[in-house]
Design a protein around this ligand. Structure first.
Ligand code: 5AD
Ligand code: SF4
Length: 473
């Protein structure tokens, strides 16, 4: 690889420096303006809400440079993949896509191809790209998203593969242009990175050290969204409960929520919570503020103490239950979770502890996964003698139980009326779709004029994954 390349390095990515994070404003160099005029870009996003929101910034930067978006890859002069590393599956999809792009580029060699996001931070991925996918023009990481205009500009002149991935987290960059997916609900980053180092998880390596955004910057963004008529915001972070710890002596997520609540935006969500940092103050704040939704996503991962310890989760099934019970005491709250089955060495009894805690908690819904070994993580070095077939059977059994509780939770809503943010036209004929405060999907009859508004909907039918309803005048 050439000397000018900056390639990812896990040793550096693991380090947590005490240095302060620099905060600066986005700056678009003049020579990058207009390079996209009369050109189209195709953007494919994999993974979580963080990536979706990064893609909104990618769109923002590209449109500022004059590019227009196309949904058809074959029409694009610039193709960009914003990738995810969380499980093997996401990984394989991105490489599959690169295979398709390779054929396209053989016919149209002038197309510029870029890869960014979490996979760009992986040593192995970058090595593979520089060996087998040399047609890629440039790769950049999660710490230098704002380098996109410069890298794209360079690639118009120099066709050689350029890798610019920093393993040490970069500055917090404010005011990157943004083109949001929705006109009614918006993502707002509050904290970047993660310092928890759960043993199965690659995120602390791909997203770097925990860095909170300044509260003033967050509030300014929310106030602008209110002015623009947004109905809902989601405060985003890998672990939002750690908000403020790296920046303030005594100001955390609960304090931030109180201030955001005063902007009077109708709905405030926050995602994702780690049970470790969930304070009593936070529970009170959720309970006492109408515009902070009664919805918490609280990943449990496993119901067995030995597995939780091996996962490095820092809580026990008992302490999780205690926190869960406190949250359940908030009237009409909805609680969802993430669960991994088949962690290395998980026995049948240990898996049964997970089923047992699901029976206790009766989650409103859950995302369930088969454990997927990730490059360089401590868990990937553990002995794993459970067959894939066994893991699939566990997942199936768990999903049956989860779906059963989802249905029960949804059935409790029958014949009652709820506030629903109408988001658009449903795939079901003649209906609109939207979400309740508790994040339940509702398809309902109603006029298109209601899109973008919070309306009253009476629930007429309940399924595991959605509800049907009718607008109440
Ligand atoms: N294998 C399977 N699931 C994982 N998750 C994170 N890392 C892995 C992995 N290596 C799941 C966790 C997390 C969610 C976002 O993805 O349940 O909460
Ligand atoms: Fe990964 Fe654990 Fe951090 Fe969540 S809290 S991003 S699972 S390391």
């Amino acid at each position: 690889m050439g000397d000018n390349m900056q390639i990812p390095n896990y040793e550096k990515a693991r380090k947590r420096s005490k240095e302060e994070t620099l905060i600066r404003d986005f700056n678009l160099e003049d020579n990058c303006l207009n390079i996209g005029i009369n050109k189209k870009f195709f953007l494919k996003t994999y993974g979580c809400q963080m990536n979706e929101h990064d893609s909104e910034n990618i769109r923002g930067m590209l449109e500022t440079m004059g590019f227009k978006e196309t949904e058809t890859m074959e029409d694009a002069q610039f193709i960009i993949l914003n990738t995810c590393s969380i499980r093997e599956n996401a990984h394989n999809k991105a490489f599959g896509m690169l295979g398709r792009i390779k054929h396209l580029k053989e016919e149209h060699p002038d197309i510029i191809v870029a890869l960014c996001g979490c996979m760009a931070q992986e040593e192995g991925v970058v090595a593979e790209i520089s060996k087998k996918y040399k047609f890629v023009n440039f790769v950049f990481g999660t710490h230098n998203l704002d380098d996109l205009p410069k890298l794209l500009n360079n690639s118009l002149r120099d066709k050689k593969l350029n890798i610019e991935v920093y393993s040490k987290e970069g500055d917090i960059v404010e005011n990157i242009p943004v083109v949001r997916e929705s006109k009614y609900k918006a993502y707002v980053n509050i904290i970047y990175g993660c310092d928890k180092f759960c043993t199965y998880c690659i995120v602390p390596y791909t997203r770097g050290k925990q860095r909170s955004r300044r509260k003033e910057d967050i509030l300014k963004e929310v106030k602008e969204l209110v002015k623009d008529g947004y109905q809902e915001i989601t405060l985003l972070g890998q672990n939002v409960n750690a908000y403020g710890k790296d920046l303030y002596d005594d100001y955390g997520l609960a304090d931030l929520l109180v201030e955001v609540s005063k902007t009077n935006i109708p709905r405030i969500r926050f995602l994702t919570s780690h049970p470790w940092d969930f304070s009593d103050k936070l529970i009170e704040v959720i309970r006492d503020h109408d515009n902070i939704v009664n919805f918490v996503h609280l990943p449990i991962q496993s119901g067995n103490n030995r597995i939780l310890k091996l996962m490095g989760r820092r809580y026990t099934r008992e302490s999780y239950k205690e926190l869960y019970d406190k949250l359940r005491s908030i009237p009409n709250i909805s609680i969802t979770t993430d669960i991994i089955v088949g962690f290395p060495g998980e026995t049948e009894e240990e898996f049964n502890d997970t089923l047992d805690i699901v029976n206790y908690c009766k989650f409103d819904s859950a995302f369930t996964f088969i454990y997927s070994p990730r490059e360089n993580t401590p868990a990937s070095k553990l002995k794993d003698d459970i067959t894939l077939k066994e893991k699939e059977e566990r997942l199936y059994k768990l999903n049956e139980l989860i779906n059963d509780y989802s249905l029960k939770s949804n059935k409790k809503m029958l014949n009652k009326t709820y506030d629903v943010l109408a988001e658009g036209i449903s795939t079901k004929e003649g209906k609109l779709f939207g979400y309740t405060e508790t994040n339940k999907l509702v398809n309902f009859t109603g006029d298109e004029d209601n899109i973008g508004k919070i309306v009253k909907v009476k629930i007429t039918d309940a399924k595991s994954f959605s509800l049907d309803g009718e607008l109440v005048e």
